[in-house]
Design a protein around this ligand. Structure first.
Ligand code: G1P
Length: 293
């Protein structure tokens, strides 16, 4: 779709998190390398970003995260071994599915875990002065048309800022950014306000922010103030809230099932769902599940 708005070319992937909920699995391995079906979380979101037309991939990493860079590199030994064994074209395809084109991966570090807003601010120089996307690898959305692609469509109509949103039970508002809902137009909601992790009785609605964002670069100016918010962290939500009123701000209730892979239950559910959705093993996964009813 053609649009008058600047294209979304860059995406930021905050991957500096410690992954404490998955210890001991994440003692030496980044949580973003945990696999859902046949690929790590980080590759799922990378592929979603590519489908949405993203050209530059910015990782905000930290200590012990080198494996993430390796995963997106060229692996000549592995390719040679597979080639020399012959007839392994499908395997080669799999290896190459996470080879990032030269000059497209950018790395910056978040030295201390000061919050999601701080992580994004660490990428400010690489983002520059253009609108950009953020994808949190903990959040997966299973749908043929990726969540970010759906959001880019909304952005191309409305401009400004677009976030992915979904309804949650009232008792869960404390886990998410929550939207103060304005006018609704089908699955698109005007965002009147945003609050990070409110108690149910203070929450303006039950519409929560899912980890997909298209934001204008002005948000970086607000983040630079390093103001602490919920949990004494520098929250992205607080800086996003400051854009409201000055710029269009919409929430998209996206199509597809969302999985919170940052929790063990969500992670297991995602593995079941992606397994069932797999062309090769889907039927067998379904049969397997009958054993556990
Ligand atoms: C972050 C955001 C929150 C959002 C959530 C989505 O929270 O701060 O607004 O709803 O991601 O996954 P976190 O999960 O890092 O606590």
């Amino acid at each position: 779709m053609t649009s008058n708005f600047k294209p979304i070319r860059k995406a930021v992937f905050p991957v500096a998190g410690l992954g404490t909920r998955f210890l001991p699995a994440t003692k030496a391995m980044p949580k973003e390398m945990l696999p859902i079906n046949d690929r790590p979380l980080i590759q799922h979101v990378y592929e979603e970003a590519r489908q949405a037309g993203i050209e530059e991939f910015i990782f905000v990493t930290g200590r012990q995260k080198e494996m993430l860079e390796e995963h997106f590199d060229y692996q000549p030994e592995l390719e040679q071994t597979l080639t020399s064994r012959g007839g392994k074209e499908d395997m080669l395809e799999k290896v190459r599915s996470s080879e990032m084109p030269a000059g497209k991966l950018f790395l910056t570090r978040q030295p201390r875990p000061l919050g999601l807003g701080h992580a994004i601010w660490c990428a400010a120089k690489l983002i520059g002065d253009e609108p950009f996307a953020i994808l949190l690898p903990d959040d997966l959305v299973l749908h043929e048309q990726g969540c970010l692609t759906q959001m880019v469509d909304v952005y191309n109509q409305k401009g400004g800022n677009v976030i992915a949103v979904k309804d949650v039970p009232k008792e869960h508002t404390k886990k998410y950014g929550i939207v103060d809902i304005g006018e609704k137009e089908g699955n698109i909601t005007q965002v009147k306000g945003l609050i990070e992790k409110p108690n149910p009785e203070e929450a303006p609605s039950t519409l929560s922010v899912v980890g997909r964002y298209i934001l204008q670069p002005e948000v970086l100016g607000y983040l630079a103030a390093f103001e602490r918010g919920a949990g004494n962290e520098i929250q992205l939500t607080d800086s996003m809230a400051k854009l409201i009123g000055d710029q269009p701000f919409h929430g998209l209730e996206f199509a597809g099932q969302h999985y919170d892979c940052g929790s063990r239950l969500g992670f297991i559910e995602a593995n079941i769902a992606y397994g069932l959705d797999d062309e090769e093993i889907g039927k067998d996964v379904s049969t397997l599940l009958t054993k556990y009813k």
